[in-house]
Design a binder for this molecule. Structure first.
Ligand SMILES: Cc1cc2nc3c(=O)[nH]c(=O)nc-3n(C[C@H](O)[C@H](O)[C@H](O)COP(=O)(O)OP(=O)(O)OC[C@H]3O[C@@H](n4cnc5c(N)ncnc54)[C@H](O)[C@@H]3O)c2cc1C
Ligand SMILES: *[C@@H]1O[C@H](CO)[C@@H](O)[C@H](O)[C@H]1NC(C)=O
Ligand SMILES: *[C@@H]1O[C@H](CO)[C@@H](O)[C@H](O)[C@H]1NC(C)=O
Ligand SMILES: *[C@@H]1O[C@H](CO)[C@@H](O)[C@H](O)[C@H]1NC(C)=O
Ligand SMILES: *[C@@H]1O[C@H](CO)[C@@H](O)[C@H](O)[C@H]1NC(C)=O
Ligand SMILES: *[C@@H]1O[C@H](CO)[C@@H](O)[C@H](O)[C@H]1NC(C)=O
Length: 541
């Protein structure tokens, strides 16, 4: 918006100044992966430009959406308000308008708007399908670097108390009767069968954590780091197998080319639903998608420089099934409206004066994990995130996770939006069989006469299976692997996170994950970004 109010001459001077500076690294996208990658590159004395198409969500990064009762905080900062974010005006401002499903176009990406569930990856998340060099023993140091800055917590209230524990107490009674085990999901990340835990949340100092708070300020202290908001990357400018710059568009629709230094590099971190678009727009991907990109009016490289790679294929996500259970108990959801309008004074005072109370906690009260083995011999995992949705009613967000064999396809439409060309959910007989049998077991257990529980809304197994929605944990659209996609393989990036066929183009975001994790995706995305940054720095062209 800023450029609009300037005189044409000043705008031109600014554009020329920007064009004249060249960078060692341009990182495209200020989501969790992009911020972590950019921060680590700048820590290594590189001159780094981080380009984010959205605005900043915190007061420090320029947001005006402050609370009525605290002008240093926005609703996204307060953990207890995370369940209300979806109903606020800022949601529409922050959610991307040109991707399918949900993704967030705001600094911090999905981590800015999500429910903050922070699942430390299990060793098998890497060991089963990631390539050599990316097994748990290899990435564990990267995870350690992340957790040092952004560890997640199951006990965010500064007074050391847990608040609003009715739901936990009801459900822990239910699961312990079934013989499931209570674990600490942070300390025991590998325990993923018939276990339940207090939720681990992305919270630090009683605020929503994540790289906007735990990494970005470190980079901003360095002269060589520049962040530009409201700057959308349209395409890469290429000279054969080399990127020489990026074409960007500001919020007023003004376009500009930003140049790389001679030996500079670009890292794409626009997320699993947007990084593919930047690739298609740059002549990288299936021919049909590049041809669609051409119809959107983008300037493509000459046809001889197109690189055919399976970008958009191997899209994976966790399906969600909703299990709604009326337990007959008296606990209920937090009244976030009265927190927003400032009348919930007890909760607000406890939060403001003591960094304590229910507002320091996220929305869920329990997370459980389990697994089963289908007749194809494959072990598939399940996560249940449990939150109150009405008095005595728990809505279980029942994810199906690691071990899934289904994949979908992400493509481009002629209006420039990315679209699902094939759904990633329940495409294989094994996935359908496993889901049916797991849900059936839950239904049997919940409706057993001894519990006193009743299913609501979806009252039988087929209705629950029919409640399928997106898990918003997309991965795999520019998958990492040793089978070069130009030669019929499935991979878009090699184990240095470098795009096959390009000299200086890397990807660091959820797109490169070749497999789905056992839990929500943000933590593993951050771990992988730490690892990718190290690989990129170590790679000598
Ligand atoms: C509504 C929602 C709820 C979720 N709930 C949870 C949860 O509770 N727990 C959990 O672990 N995970 C959750 N997730 C998933 C998690 O947030 C994502 O896995 C994670 O954010 C992915 O990180 P990323 O860096 O790959 O991409 P993103 O987070 O998508 O970040 C990409 C960034 O790039 C920017 N960008 C995109 N295109 C361009 C461009 N052309 N030019 C410049 N910038 C661009 C975007 O604005 C964005 O900031 C949720 C996601 C959403 C959307
Ligand atoms: C800034 O970047 C340049 C170019 O990479 C580098 O030579 C210089 O050491 C960096 N300076 C600092 C203070 O990091
Ligand atoms: C926030 O408010 C200030 C002062 O009114 C204004 O200058 C600025 O443009 C606003 N920022 C955004 C992101 O709206
Ligand atoms: C604040 O919100 C609560 C809950 O919706 C409502 O009952 C109350 O009337 C509101 N008070 C004011 C002053 O807006
Ligand atoms: C729970 O469901 C499993 C799987 O169907 C079943 O083996 C077990 O007996 C059930 N337990 C109860 C208490 O119903
Ligand atoms: C399951 O529930 C749905 C919706 O309530 C209902 O239409 C359907 O007949 C039920 N199926 C079985 C097998 O009971």
């Amino acid at each position: 918006m800023r450029l609009v109010s300037l005189s044409g001459l000043t705008a031109l001077t600014l554009a020329m100044k920007a064009a004249a500076s060249t960078y060692d690294y341009i990182v495209v996208g200020g989501g969790p992966a992009g911020i972590i990658t950019a921060e680590r590159l700048s820590e290594a004395n590189k001159k780094v430009l981080l380009l984010e198409r959205g605005s900043g969500p915190t007061v420090a990064t320029g947001s005006n959406h402050t609370l009525t009762w605290d002008d240093s905080l926005t609703p996204i900062d307060v953990p207890g308000l995370s369940s209300a974010v979806g109903g606020l005006d800022l949601w529409n401002e922050y959610i991307c308008d040109d991707t399918p499903g949900y993704s967030a176009c705001v600094l911090g990406g999905g981590v800015t708007v999500n429910y903050m569930v922070f699942v430390h990856p299990a060793a098998h998340d890497f060991n089963d399908k990631w390539p050599r060099g990316w097994k748990w023993k290899d990435v564990a140091p990267a995870a350690k670097r992340l957790y040092k800055r952004n560890s997640g917590t199951t006990l965010p209230s500064e007074d050391g108390q847990r608040y609003d524990q009715g739901l936990y107490s009801t459900l822990s009674g239910f699961f312990s009767k079934l013989g499931w085990k209570s674990v600490d999901m942070i300390k025991q990340p590998n325990e993923k069968h018939e276990v339940y835990s207090y939720p681990s949340w992305n919270i630090k100092d009683s605020l929503r954590a994540g790289p906007v708070r735990t990494y970005l300020p470190l980079a901003e202290e360095r002269d060589n780091f520049t962040l530009r908001l409201q700057t959308k990357v349209i395409r890469l400018v290429r000279s054969g197998s080399k990127v020489t710059g990026v074409e960007v568009e500001n919020s007023a629709g003004v376009r500009e080319i930003i140049k790389l230094a001679k030996s500079g590099r670009v890292v794409l971190s626009a997320g699993a639903l947007s990084t593919p678009r930047v690739l298609f727009n740059s002549g990288i991907g299936p021919k049909a998608q590049i041809q669609t990109a051409k119809k959107t009016g983008v300037t493509l490289p000459p046809k001889k420089d197109w690189i055919e790679l399976p970008v958009g294929k191997n899209l994976k996500d966790h399906p969600i099934f909703s299990i709604v259970v009326n337990t007959g108990e008296t606990w209920g959801p937090l009244d976030t409206a009265s927190v927003l309008n400032g009348t919930s004074t007890t909760n607000i005072n406890l939060y403001e004066d003591k960094a304590s109370g229910v507002l320091t906690q996220g929305r869920h009260r329990m997370i459980y994990f389990s697994s089963n083995v289908a007749s194809d011999g494959i072990t598939r995992y399940y996560q249940g995130s449990c939150a109150a949705s009405a008095q005595g009613v728990v809505t279980i967000t029942q994810y199906m996770t690691h071990g899934l064999t289904s994949t979908g396809v992400l493509g481009l439409s002629e209006d420039g939006s990315t679209v699902f060309e094939q759904s990633p959910y329940l495409q294989t007989a094994g996935d359908v069989e496993a889901a049916t049998s797991f849900i059936q077991g839950m239904v049997d257990n919940i409706t057993d006469a001894s519990t006193g529980f009743k299913l609501q809304t979806y009252t039988n197994t087929s209705a629950i299976l029919g409640s399928l929605t997106s898990g918003i944990h997309y991965t795999g659209t520019a998958k990492m692997g040793t089978d070069d996609g130009r030669k019929g393989g499935s991979s878009v990036v090699d184990t240095n996170a470098k795009v096959y066929g390009m000299d200086n183009l890397f990807i660091s975001d959820a797109s490169i994950h070749p497999d789905l994790p056992t839990g929500n995706s943000q933590t593993i995305v951050m771990v992988v970004a730490e690892m990718a940054a190290a690989k990129i720095l170590a790679y000598k062209s």
